[in-house]
Design a protein around this ligand. Structure first.
Ligand SMILES: NC(=O)c1ccc[n+]([C@@H]2O[C@H](COP(=O)([O-])OP(=O)(O)OC[C@H]3O[C@@H](n4cnc5c(N)ncnc54)[C@H](O)[C@@H]3O)[C@@H](O)[C@H]2O)c1
Length: 453
């Protein structure tokens, strides 16, 4: 197939998306990255261009009003989103994000990324994303509960075990999932395990919240093993201090690595001696009490806090971005390369801007995409459902073993697809392309079999 035809087809898809959604920068960025990864697939079979065109239009987009009353009796209104991106492989699963930056573009990009992530997994799952521009920061527990109830008042009619299964994302943790599920159960009139969250699956293992993060660290281990290396003693720079980041720290400590940073939107903290379990617990306490990371330095006086700065210029072997999309820009990527980073594991969804991706590729930094490295959350959700439906109970050790196996098979699927399409192990983007290719081929097969629907 001529490359002229390929690039013409790929650019016509991007043009169509741009025409339809000209202001959706996050969604367009994730589409462009996927198309870049799929270039060789499209070149082999132009039928895939039509499939991709269809895939890029979400099956269903829900946008709704969420009114709620604060503790003083004043009314507020936010916007809710749920993008049921694709159900070709099964019922949707995907996170809910409560953050002021949430809009239709972010909801669509999250839904699209989740669709590929779920398709890469061994489970039959569709993909969705959503949430609200509601900011849980500074709200009381009652205000958060009232908001969650109002959000679910509308969304419940589109959810269900065979339809859509919401999960955690930024600003939504076990507490919010509890409130959301409570209202869903009341409105739906049944207690079916259609939500993920440790407190809801009372009979399940308690590893649901940890699973994505543990999976990220297992994935790093698998990449290192390929190079006959191990995590022990390696310096790791971690961003964020939320659910994903804190459990990554725990697991890195468990494997004898040296995590040295955490951050939030106000700045970052570096502890040259590395965090241990006690220090991680201390950071967690600081965050729970909504205090500044700066306070850590009063107790651990060799540490430093930098306001309005990111951790990417700290000396490291591995980087784990675990905060927000586009948190690594071009200059951050340059800093990462000069500080010695060889491997970047994407904890956050789409952490690098296209310019940063370019810098990392040219410097041969190996990138583990969130679609593959973040598969632990998908696997844990399915394992939990399995426990719930079959009334079985695994110990945390058994659960963790199953999680490790799931990460191993995701890693193998990713490397196989990369190799099948000629990306060598040394290619810095082999895993990025392999993950997208494997996911897309699975979706394409189902979409072809199901006809034009
Ligand atoms: N929770 C999950 O199950 C899950 C699963 C897969 C991927 N993710 C991704 O991981 C990332 C973090 O999710 P989480 O669940 O830990 O969220 P969270 O709300 O628990 O924590 C987010 C963290 O990021 C920090 N942060 C937010 N914006 C920032 C910015 N602009 N700069 C620096 N720090 C910033 C916050 O201070 C906080 O520490 C998101 O990109 C999310 O999509 C989450």
């Amino acid at each position: 197939m001529s490359s002229a035809l390929t690039s013409k087809s790929a650019s016509s898809i991007i043009e169509a998306v741009l025409r339809r959604d000209p202001n959706e920068s996050e969604f367009i960025q994730s589409v462009q990255e996927a198309i870049h990864s799929l270039e060789r697939v499209i070149a082999k079979n132009t039928h895939y261009v039509r499939i991709l065109e269809r895939l890029l239009e979400p099956e269903r987009m829900l946008v709704f009003r969420v009114p709620w009353i604060d503790d003083k009796g004043e009314s507020h209104v936010n916007r809710g989103f749920r993008i049921q991106f694709s159900q070709s492989l099964g019922p949707c699963r995907g996170g809910l994000r409560f953050n002021p930056s949430m809009n239709l573009s972010v909801a669509k990009f999250l839904g699209f990324e989740q669709t590929l992530k779920n398709a890469l997994s061994p489970y039959k799952l569709g993909g969705a994303g959503g949430g609200s521009d509601f900011d849980p920061k500074g709200k009381s527990e009652n205000e958060i509960m009232r908001f969650c109830q109002s959000f679910m008042q509308e969304l419940h009619r589109y959810l269900g075990p065979n339809q859509d299964l919401p999960a955690e994302d930024m600003g939504v943790g076990p507490r919010e999932m509890g409130f959301l599920f409570g209202q869903y159960r009341r409105l739906a009139g049944h207690f079916q395990g259609s939500f993920t969250g440790a407190r809801i699956f009372l009979s399940g293992s308690s590893l649901r919240t940890e699973a994505t993060s543990y999976g990220l660290v297992y994935f790093a281990q698998l990449m290192l093993a390929e190079m006959n290396k191990e995590l022990k003693g390696l310096r790791c720079v971690v961003s964020g201090s939320g659910k994903i980041a804190m459990h990554v720290l725990d697991k890195l400590v468990a494997f004898g690595a040296l995590p040295v940073t955490v951050s939030d939107s106000r700045g970052y903290l570096v502890d040259e001696d590395g965090f241990d379990y006690m220090k991680v617990a201390f950071v967690r306490d600081i965050k729970v009490q909504q205090r500044s990371l700066r306070e850590y330095c009063k107790t651990y006086t060799r540490s430093k806090y930098y306001e309005d700065a990111k951790p990417w210029n700290e000396r490291c072997d591995l980087a784990f971005p675990c905060a927000a999309q586009n948190e690594i820009g071009q200059s951050d990527a340059v800093n990462l390369v000069s500080s010695g980073c060889r491997i970047l594991i994407e904890g956050s969804t789409m952490p690098c801007t296209p310019q940063a991706v370019d810098v990392l590729r040219k410097a041969n930094v190996l990138v583990a995409p969130a679609k593959a490295a973040g598969a632990g959350g998908v696997a844990a959700g399915e394992l939990e459902l399995n426990q719930e439906c079959n009334a079985i109970q695994w110990s945390p050790e058994e659960f963790e073993h199953k999680l490790q196996e799931a990460m191993k098979s995701t890693y193998q699927r990713t490397t196989k697809a990369a190799a099948d399409f000629g990306y060598s192990k040394e290619c810095p983007e082999a895993l990025v392309h392999g993950a997208a290719i494997s996911a897309f081929l699975t979706l394409a097969q189902a979409m072809t079999e199901q006809g034009c629907v």
